[in-house]
Write a protein that binds this ligand. Structure first.
Ligand SMILES: [Zn+2]
Length: 67
């Protein structure tokens, strides 16, 4: 996970960092820039699985793919 790598509309801006998610688990997150101009903090794991591809501007397209 290096700066400049693209996942869908997101481009990684910096190094991953650890933070707790809503379940209290430590997750590697990274700050990304979306092509719509938004900045979004995404989980590295979800980026790598292809589950996160935008800041949310694609959410209507992704919401039908399950979870
Ligand atoms: Zn966006």
């Amino acid at each position: 996970m290096r700066a400049g790598v693209r996942f869908g509309r997101l481009r990684v801006l910096g190094k991953p960092f650890w933070s707790e998610n809503e379940r209290g688990w430590r997750e590697a997150n990274t700050v990304c820039e979306c092509t719509c101009g938004g900045v979004y903090v995404a989980e590295c794991r979800e980026l790598q699985k292809g589950q996160t591809r935008s800041c949310g501007c694609l959410s209507c397209a992704l919401s039908r793919t399950g979870r």
